[in-house]
Design a protein around this ligand. Structure first.
Ligand code: NAP
Length: 244
């Protein structure tokens, strides 16, 4: 049985492919993403740390874990590595490449965390930043950037109140370049703050930023576990699994 740790487009596409191929699998979601029949069987919620996950792997006779969690969900990836080691289960990491190879990447300001990203925004002298860092971290920027006229774009509204000077834009990707160009122009965006999420669904903002002459601040990915067999795409991950 294959366990797919999901919550991402890749996790969904892997589960759909396994369902189509008739391969026994279960998708695991943290509880924030919605399920759909095409995924096949789904379990929801945490395992109770690496030890809980190791017990789950043994109890359910899991032979392979595919860690298709988001590049910034590092805790789950570390737990998966520990649990697979303890239970003697094969682990494959499916992780989309980041944006460090983007032609403009050398001109961006790369930082290690959100605190440093907020400081970098202030250092640019930006008046109208576009904050695109996900629902969970948007509010981290409220204290340092409360005076700026921030446009905060999130797929789902954050759980707390935003500073008065901010405006919330609830929108879910994928985003196309013409729409991103319009957003940068109409909102006079002069700085983009993003995580190095990678993938194409939200990459148009990077090109729109260059065209608008906006600065770009990128939060680097957290370090995942080392020495894990890794595939950069769903197709390569399925190829690693081999024939059913
Ligand atoms: P995280 O910090 O790495 O994980 C926190 C805890 O949530 C884990 O220790 C685990 O609880 C539980 N968990 C995480 N992913 C799980 C999964 N697929 N199935 C079961 N339990 C899971 O993760 P996060 O950053 O909060 O992200 C949570 C989920 O949202 C992930 O599945 C991720 O793929 C998805 N997501 C995250 C981001 C992001 O930017 N972080 C963006 C898009 C989607 P236990 O220790 O109890 O097992």
């Amino acid at each position: 049985m294959i366990l797919v740790l999901g919550g991402t487009v890749e996790g969904r596409r892997l589960a759909e492919a396994l369902t189509r191929a008739g391969i026994e699998h279960v998708s695991s979601l943290a509880g924030r993403t919605s399920s759909s029949p095409e995924l096949g069987p789904v379990r929801t919620g945490g395992f109770g740390g690496a030890a809980g996950l190791a017990s789950y792997l043994r109890e359910h006779h899991v032979s392979v874990v595919i860690d298709a969690t988001h590049p910034f969900a590092a805790t789950m990836s570390h737990h998966a590595a520990l649990a697979c080691e303890a239970a003697g289960v094969r682990l494959i990491r499916c992780e989309r490449p980041g944006w460090s190879t983007h032609p403009d990447a050398e001109g961006w300001t790369w930082v290690d965390d959100h605190e440093a990203a907020a400081a970098a925004v202030l250092a640019t002298g930006s008046l109208r930043p576009l904050l695109s860092v996900g629902r969970l971290h948007t509010l981290d920027y409220a204290p340092p950037l409360h005076r700026l006229s921030v446009l905060a774009r999130v797929a789902e509204p954050p759980s707390g109140a935003l500073p008065e000077a901010w405006r919330l834009l609830v929108a879910r990707g994928p985003f196309q370049l013409p729409d991103e160009q319009r957003l940068f122009a109409e909102e006079s965006i002069d700085c983009l703050v993003t995580k190095d999420s990678g993938g194409s669904a939200t990459a148009a903002k990077l090109d729109a930023a260059r065209q608008a002459g906006a600065r770009v601040v990128v939060v680097r990915r957290p370090r995942g576990p080392e020495t894990v067999e890794t595939a950069p795409s769903v197709e390569e991950c399925l190829a690693l699994l081999g024939p059913a």
